[in-house]
Design a protein around this ligand. Structure first.
Ligand code: 9D3
Length: 246
């Protein structure tokens, strides 16, 4: 998978892409990430990339010409499997099923907006889809672009280690995870649930499933409507509801 990112703040990307899993994935040529400075495509002598909004009002709007020129350059030779994505608060919210859909593409060009937004003609003529990472206000599209690259990359073959990828995400889909414990057995008067020390794998699996259901009921009850639940799950959920008085 190739990612191209267009931004006015290319330095912001150096940290997240130079460490740990994304670093290793690039070294192994599993992903390619190219961060581009939008100003490099500005035509005028001041290299202006933003201007005042027609119709008046506060804030600046990103000019169309540099973005058009950059996207035209960076999309050379790409066909099927290429998409231009604008990160914007007005986009569709990013969820895991969308991440999975995008992980099947070959080449993504991400435009990280700044200021009040981009000239509408960029949307009309260049952008295939607009994505938001959630309903809160950030200072720009850079962090959302990093989030998107991270979420997609970890789904690509070979990017996660054996152990991490073996723990299939789809296994846990729909529910929050159960509580995890490691040594020591007792820490500052807080002990590990006895069942986890029992060696009884069936009992442990049942406990974990029940605690997943408990967490989901208490924190994200709306997920229970769509999570695929077995007969045993419904039984466990009934126990949890009773215990929690819900
Ligand atoms: C005055 C209206 N503001 C919209 C709420 C303007 C505005 C604020 C912040 C326009 C752009 C931004 C910068 N944010 C993004 O570019 C952005 C974003 C976000 O703020 N939250 C969640 N996802 C995203 S994706 C891009």
């Amino acid at each position: 998978m190739r990612f191209d990112i267009l931004t006015l703040f290319p330095e912001m990307f150096q940290g997240p892409f130079s460490h740990s899993i994304l670093k290793r994935a690039q070294e192994r040529s599993l992903i390619e990430i190219h961060v581009h400075y939008l100003r490099d495509w500005a035509l005028d002598k001041h290299k202006l990339t933003d201007d005042a909004p027609y119709g008046g009002g506060a804030g600046m709007v990103m000019k169309p010409e540099p973005i058009f020129r950059a996207v035209e350059d960076l999309s050379q030779g790409s066909g099927e499997g290429f998409e231009v994505i604008l990160l914007t608060p007005q986009g569709v919210p990013l969820i895991q099923s969308l991440v999975e859909e995008l992980a099947a593409k070959e080449h993504l060009l991400l435009i990280a907006g700044h200021y009040e937004g981009v000239d509408e003609r960029v949307r009309q003529a260049l952008v295939d889809r607009e994505i938001s990472i959630g309903d809160y206000v950030l200072t720009g599209g850079e962090l959302p672009a990093m989030v998107l690259v991270d979420a997609i990359s970890r789904l690509l073959p070979g990017v996660l280690g054996e152990e991490e990828s073996a723990r299939d995400d789809s296994h846990t889909t729909g529910l929050l995870e159960y509580p995890h414990y490691t040594r020591p057995r007792e820490f500052r008067g807080l002990s590990v649930p006895e069942v986890l020390l029992s060696g009884d794998h069936a009992r442990i699996a049942r406990w974990r499933r029940k605690e997943s259901l408990r967490r989901t009921l208490l924190r994200r009850p709306e997920l229970l409507a769509t999570a695929p639940l077995s007969e045993e799950d419904l039984q466990l959920l009934a126990e949890v509801r009773k215990e929690e008085g819900k």
